[in-house]
Ligand binder design. Structure first.
Ligand code: SF4
Length: 143
């Protein structure tokens, strides 16, 4: 079973109310058990919402508000929901395919906190959390 960022597969959960459907992801999950998640919505944030980026280990939105706690809650809920779904299916969580560069879902590269579309090495909060739980995390760009 895969964990998949909802915004890659038609869920309009992006900060701006849109999605970023990805043909590679849609093809990969066709006929494959998966759970679609949006860690930011699971963390209690509305859609649309102000964009946020990671800086020095904390997450700030573009209003300067520290929203780290909601991002951590979203990571925990994502993992809990995925474990529930895996148990229902009687399958392991094989991997997570998450949206590149997001402060929640990005893996390997994330925006640098300056809101200038600059990327730096790093993982989003949920990607890092899932990795700590031993789950392989990829982005759509790895497919
Ligand atoms: S990148 Fe992750 S947190 Fe952001 S909208 Fe997509 S699923 Fe939600």
């Amino acid at each position: 079973m895969y964990i998949v960022s909802g915004c890659l597969a038609g869920v309009k959960c992006k900060y701006n109310g849109g999605s970023t459907d990805d043909a590679r992801v849609l093809s990969l999950i066709a006929g494959k058990d998966h759970i679609l998640v949006c860690p930011e919505e699971l963390g209690g944030f509305p859609t649309p919402r102000p964009p946020a980026e990671l800086r020095d280990g904390r997450v700030y939105n573009d209003l300067g508000q520290d929203v780290t706690e909601g991002f951590i809650k979203g990571a925990e809920k994502t993992y809990a929901l995925a474990c529930e779904r895996a148990a229902e299916l009687g399958q392991p969580i094989e991997k997570a395919i998450l949206k590149a560069k997001s402060p929640s879902c990005g893996c390997g590269l994330i925006y640098d906190g300056t809101f200038t579309h600059t990327v730096v090495p790093g993982d989003g909060v949920t990607a890092a959390y899932l990795k700590k739980k031993g789950i392989e995390v990829l982005t759509e760009e790895d497919l």
